[in-house]
Write a protein of this length. Structure first.
Length: 316
């Protein structure tokens, strides 16, 4: 069998080159370099396919790798044939190279529409730009939405915590804050005083001047309370015409002073639009380990004592 393949009747290619050194050199170096390159290119293609399994048309890379590898083999056989006439093997290699080349060409044409459908780099850059723009717009609208939600939340929080007539804290928030202040005062052994305030003879104001006029009096009273409070104090509407002023870090003497200042301020309200009125105040301070309900009850009792003693006064 080997004899048929290599029967010695073939003439080595070297004779064609006349064994000339320059021709041999050109053929050897040219084919040698081609063989090296055609061995490295398939390795590179297989490496790409292995690393980028996401790439479409992977198979075409493998066909190219085979096609180039066989081209390399053909050139290698060309070199061998200079000395030994293995033309049968060379023919087989050329035949295989031809088959693979045809397969590659057919496959390439088959997938041509899909290759052409791949967006160009320019198109991708354009799409990328559009995406970035859309992302920016989305970010902006997100920000403005967040801003709106923040504003709406703040408005809702204000509505939920504010008395609609007087704009001071409503009863719920007043008691929550008072509870916090009470806990803090007990834990850190700090002073805490409150004023319980009630407008005197408010029913007769309503009866004589009407409900709207009564509302104006309540609003003016709340404003007067706020004006007289310090930054740390706060005012809340406890009931109809009843208010509480909370005074953290304040002892009973300081609380009484503020209460008397309020009595004076109320007597000075001489707005033509508002009927004159007065108020009674109970001023109480937190006792050592006293409960919040005891503090409120005590201030309430003192306020009623002020009413009983003739109104328009402070009892502490
Ligand atoms: N205009 C108005 N009146 C209110 C409001 N809330 C409660 N009132 C009225 O306030 C009046 C409170 O009257 P009373 O509790 O009898 O007390 P008073 O007339 O102030 O008498 P003293 O407390 O003894 O000084 C009632 O007539 C309630 O209807 C309000 O928001 N607006």
């Amino acid at each position: 069998m080997l004899d048929i393949v290599f029967d010695g009747s073939f003439m080595p290619h070297g004779h064609c080159l006349l064994w000339r050194a320059d021709l041999l050199f050109l053929t050897l170096v040219g084919d040698g370099l081609t063989v090296i390159a055609y061995s490295l290119i398939p390795i590179a293609l297989i490496y790409i396919v292995k690393k980028r399994i996401d790439l479409k048309f992977n198979r075409v890379f493998l066909l190219f790798a085979g096609f180039i590898a066989f081209c390399g083999l053909s050139h290698a056989m060309g070199l061998v044939n200079i000395w030994h006439g293995y033309y049968f093997i060379a023919g087989l290699i050329k035949f295989t190279t031809g088959i693979i080349s045809i397969l590659t060409a057919i496959f390439l044409w088959k997938i041509m529409p899909q290759i052409l459908a791949i967006p160009s780099q320019l198109e991708l850059q354009k799409q990328n730009k559009e995406l970035l723009l859309a992302k920016e717009q989305l970010k902006e609208s997100n920000q403005s939405l967040e801003e709106k939600v923040k504003q709406r939340t703040a408005t809702l929080e204000k509505l939920a915590s504010t008395d609609p007539l007087t704009q001071v804290c409503n009863r719920r928030v007043l008691l929550e804050k008072l509870n916090d202040e009470h806990d803090r005062a007990i834990r850190y052994h700090r002073n805490l005083s409150i004023l319980m305030l009630d407008i005197d003879d408010f029913k007769s104001i309503n009866d004589s001047y009407g409900h709207d006029e009564g509302d104006k009096v309540i609003v003016a009273f709340a404003q007067t309370l706020q004006k007289n409070c310090r930054a740390l104090d706060y005012v809340g509407r406890y009931g109809g015409e009843e208010f509480i002023v909370v005074m953290p870090e304040t002892n009973i003497d300081e609380a009484s002073q503020l209460a008397n200042r309020i009595i004076e301020s109320v007597s000075e309200i001489s707005d033509n639009n508002i009927v004159s009125f007065s108020c009674s105040i109970g001023a109480a301070s937190l006792k050592k380990d006293g409960s919040l309900s005891e503090l409120i009850k005590h201030a309430d009792e003192l306020m009623y004592q002020a009413k009983a003693e003739g109104k328009n006064r402070v009892v502490s």
